[in-house]
Every structure is written in structure tokens, then in C-alpha cells.
Design a protein around this ligand. Structure first.
Ligand code: C5P
Length: 222
């Protein structure tokens, strides 16, 4: 019998990363931030000057990634070729490249087993876009977390302002809409709730309320 997986999918800015981490902490489960794998692939490709239109080459980069995730003081860091690249993979140019790289079917195929390998006792929380539909279709608990584009842009705005970064709310909203569009309309593993997913809308409820709903589901189903 396989260890249980809790999948949390949704658009960027829905809060799924935050919720996934809280749920994993609470249950003592491992955590898979699948977006980080696409970001690492993008960073490796940019570093090696790989043409982002060369699908075969991108798949090769994905298959040969030398990466690991370290946990220290409750913070996860991404290490590639022995170097901590946690900050690098969050850079704007890497985000853009990641969403391009993620649309390549051969890249998704190359990362599939790597993602499944994160499944281990006592359980796994996996967040992304296609965790419930493609990577862990047999997960006993599937969440699809959304929020309106306006609310997601507003949250991102507060977060960046808190870090002293000056941005325009309107630009952020445009970015979010563009990413949603790419994620939902690609041919392979588009962003969509699994048929058996529970859809939670966090537009008008706070993190604690979302966390409670997810934990209630977990207790009912595992
Ligand atoms: O979630 P995050 O923003 O870190 O994801 C980075 C990129 O990887 C996104 O643009 C998204 O399109 C892609 N992604 C994906 N499938 C996943 C997770 C992320 O296509 N399971």
C-alpha cells in the first residue's frame, strides 16, 4: 500500500504553496513544490544557454538535473549542482522561462518519475498545477485552491511592498492573467481541477480557515 498524497493544485498566487507547507508541517508529511522543478529546469537551461524553443534539448536538461531540496529551520532550499539557488529560481526571468519550459510535453515527461519519487511514508503534500490530474491521480485527498485574479494580484502586491519592492498593481494583475492563460490553455496537463478534487476559493477567507478545511478533509479521507 502506497503512502497517502494530498494534492494541492491551483493558479499562481492562490496561496497553495503556503497552505501546502502548513499542511505538511502539521501532519509531518514530506513536501513537493513541483513548480520548483520547472523553475530549476528553466534556470539550468538559461545557465547553459539552451534555446528555449529546442524541446529535445530542454527535455535532456530536465532529465539530467542534479538537484536536491534541503530543509533547515523549517525553510526549504533548492540546491542545484551543489549550489543554493533558492533565490535565483524566483527571479522574474526564470518565472517566465519556467512557464515556457513547462509547456513542453517532453519536459513534463522527464520530470514525472522524479515527482512520484517524493512519495514516501508517512505521506506527501504535493503542490502544483497537475498533481491531482496527472502526477498522483490516485491521491486520496485532492484540493483545487483558487482566488480571484484581483485578489491574487493584491496579495502579491502587499508581499512585494512588504519587501520594499515597488510595483504597480495593474502590472501584477496583467502578469497573473497572462500566466493563468498560459497554464490553462496549454495542450499537456493544463491547469484544471481533477474530477474528484474539492474546489476551495480563498478570495474571501483567510489562510487559517483554508488550512482548517484542508485538515478536515484529510481527517475524513485518510
Ligand atoms: O508554482 P510556480 O509558480 O512555482 O510554478 C512555476 C511554473 O511551473 C509555472 O509557470 C507553471 O506553469 C509551471 N508548473 C507546471 N506544473 C506544475 C507546477 C508548476 O506546469 N505542477
Amino acid at each position: 500500500i502506497q503512502a497517502p498524497v494530498i494534492t494541492i493544485d491551483g493558479p499562481s498566487g492562490s496561496g497553495k504553496g503556503t497552505i501546502a507547507k502548513l499542511v505538511a508541517d502539521r501532519l509531518g508529511y514530506a513536501l513537493l513544490d513541483s513548480g520548483a522543478l520547472y523553475r530549476l529546469t528553466a534556470l539550468a537551461a538559461l545557465n547553459a544557454d539552451v534555446d528555449l524553443n529546442d524541446q529535445a534539448k530542454l527535455a535532456e536538461v530536465a532529465a539530467n538535473l542534479d538537484i536536491r531540496f534541503d530543509i533547515a529551520n523549517g525553510e526549504v532550499s533548492a540546491v542545484m549542482d551543489g549550489k543554493d539557488v533558492s533565490r535565483d529560481i524566483r527571479m522574474e526571468r526564470v518565472s517566465m522561462a519556467a512557464s515556457k519550459v513547462a509547456a513542453v510535453p517532453a519536459v513534463r515527461e522527464a520530470l514525472l518519475q522524479r515527482q512520484r519519487d517524493f512519495r514516501a511514508a508517512p505521506g506527501l503534500v504535493a503542490d502544483g498545477r497537475d498533481m491531482g490530474t496527472t502526477v498522483f491521480p490516485d491521491a486520496p485527498v485532492k484540493i483545487f485552491l483558487t482566488a480571484s485574479a484581483e485578489e491574487r494580484a493584491r496579495r502579491r502586491y502587499e508581499q512585494l511592498r512588504g519587501r520594499g519592492v515597488s510595483v504597480s498593481l495593474r502590472d501584477l494583475l496583467e502578469d497573473i492573467r497572462a500566466r493563468d492563460d498560459r497554464d490553462m490553455n496549454r495542450a499537456t496537463s493544463p491547469l484544471a481541477p481533477a474530477e474528484d478534487a474539492v474546489v476551495l476559493d480563498s478570495t474571501d477567507i483567510d489562510i487559517d480557515a483554508v488550512l482548517q478545511k484542508v485538515l478536515d478533509l484529510v481527517h475524513a479521507r485518510t
